[in-house]
Design a binder for this molecule. Structure first.
Ligand SMILES: [Zn+2]
Length: 466
């Protein structure tokens, strides 16, 4: 056991001056709670951090709370469990369901990539090993417990949890921790969605807290178009006109659903012709099932206007692939058609096979719809690189590369400041995390300008008293 501190504090073990690997360790004199347990993604330097020894003994953590089911918030959990954590993992019901699928998929991809690297001999490590396996993910899933929305749940000695809506993906929550020893509450935003999300209610305002720890992914960006549907329509129209196909690397959870809603609108209103829309990602297929169920049943975070209307996700000619053979058969389809496939930053998954086919084709288009972390293939495409390495080989980029950043799953600078300003009472300290240094600096200026207050931007491994 590691000693607990005399005063409550938070340690930043990930997503500190970077956007991935979210891990915030809240330590009190009586308990140790880890909020989020994400994977580092992007640059090799970051990915290698996943292999470093965890800074404390995982078995000394009393509970984990997960804000939402994205890999950079939940993807390290199977490794934490394998290395000794055995407490409860608290999350909303939908987050628990989605996390099971996301973690298992991650374990499968890691096993597959390690196996492939060994077979093809392109790993610098001998032999290449997965960070964790699908089996590790299944073991971690069994530790999930449902935390109800808006109600206090005691999760560790002297610590209670309350979830509010974050409007980012299905199940996504902001996390309020309250302490029986009189320490002022801490509120962690998790990732915050945009108020105009077509399926989810907007983020709830922050409850009263001494400390707010908030994301700042787009702290330097103002999204232009309200929802990106018009831009997406233009890109698809011109690709169809020249006889090309469209591939959309999309985060399997939520971006897929938002794009399907947009495609239905575009086809219904005649902006683009009706064409086959392939959903080619086993994880996206599972996630869509959870969204359909949540909309049909009217879960807490679903917009009233679409409760009971799961058809919003059907663009007319939706073809959901099951087997690898179905996926390969898409290669034989005649354009125009659209393929939505994971992963969203083209770091792995079936989308790589579609990119290998589409990138060299000048008639086709790759549409980037989400955040592309530095060092990922998605970011390289966004930067206009003329060849991209996939599976150890370079592929020429002749396809159109289009970006529709308005489809972002994250609030922009104004929306972040609005959220902070809507707090019931202003917090004593505000800490920004989950942003690149430039985004955080710009966000800090915006908060200073509009709210006349300073925010802290701790680096990796730093500690701040609560
Ligand atoms: Zn997220």
């Amino acid at each position: 056991m590691t000693d607990k501190p005399p005063r409550s504090l938070v340690r930043f073990l990930g997503a500190a001056r970077t956007v991935t690997g979210s891990k915030f360790l809240v330590e009190t004199p009586t308990a140790r709670v880890l909020v989020d347990c994400g994977l580092f993604q992007g640059h090799k330097r970051l990915r290698e951090m996943n292999w470093a020894e965890f800074p404390i003994d995982p078995s000394s953590i009393d509970a984990v709370v997960v804000s939402h089911a994205h890999l950079d918030h939940v993807g390290y959990l199977p490794a934490l469990v394998r290395n000794g954590f055995s407490g409860n993992v608290w999350a909303s019901e939908s987050t628990g369901r989605l996390a099971g699928v996301v973690m298992a998929d991650s374990g499968r991809i890691q096993e597959h990539d390690a196996e492939r690297a060994n077979r093809k001999g392109y790993s610098r490590h001998e032999p290449a090993l997965p960070l964790y396996t699908e089996h590790d993910a299944v073991v971690a899933s069994a530790l999930f417990r449902v935390a109800p929305w808006m109600r206090q749940t005691r999760i560790a000695d002297g610590v209670t949890l309350r979830l509010t809506r974050a409007g980012h993906i299905l199940g996504s929550a902001s996390i309020l921790l309250e302490f029986e020893d009189g320490t002022a509450p801490v509120h962690l935003s998790g990732d915050l969605g945009r108020p105009g999300h077509p399926v989810l209610d907007p983020p709830d305002p922050p409850p009263s807290a001494g400390t707010v720890i908030m994301e700042s992914t787009y702290g330097d960006t103002e999204h232009v178009d309200e929802d990106g549907t018009r831009e997406l329509g233009e890109v698809i129209s011109r690709t169809a006109d020249r006889g090309g196909a469209v591939v959309i690397p999309a985060f399997a959870v939520d971006r897929t659903e938002v794009i399907l809603v947009a495609l239905r609108k575009l086809i219904e209103s005649g902006v683009i012709p009706r064409m086959p829309v392939y959903l080619d990602s086993p994880m996206a297929r599972s996630a869509l099932g959870f969204y359909v169920r949540a909309v049909a049943e009217g879960e807490h975070e679903i917009r009233d206007s679409i409760v009971g209307r799961p058809d919003v996700f059907d663009p007319g000619d939706l073809r959901i692939t099951e087997s690898v053979e179905d996926s390969k058969a898409i290669n034989l389809a005649k354009p125009p058609f659209i393929v939505i496939s994971a992963s969203g930053m083209a770091t792995g998954g079936r989308v790589l096979h579609h990119l290998k086919r589409m990138l060299p084709d000048s008639k086709s288009t790759v549409v980037l719809v989400g955040y592309q972390a530095a060092g990922t293939r998605g970011r390289r495409l966004l930067n206009g690189e003329d060849r991209i390495k996939i599976h150890g080989e370079f592929w020429p980029v002749r396809a159109e590369i289009a970006s529709v950043p308005a489809f972002s799953v994250h609030a922009d600078r104004s929306e972040l400041v609005d959220w902070l300003a809507s707090a019931e009472t202003p917090p004593e300290q505000v800490i920004a995390v989950h942003g690149d240094p430039e985004a955080m600096d710009s966000f800090r200026e915006a908060v200073a300008d509009r709210l006349s207050r300073n925010i802290l931007t701790p680096g990796h491994g730093e500690t701040i008293l609560l």
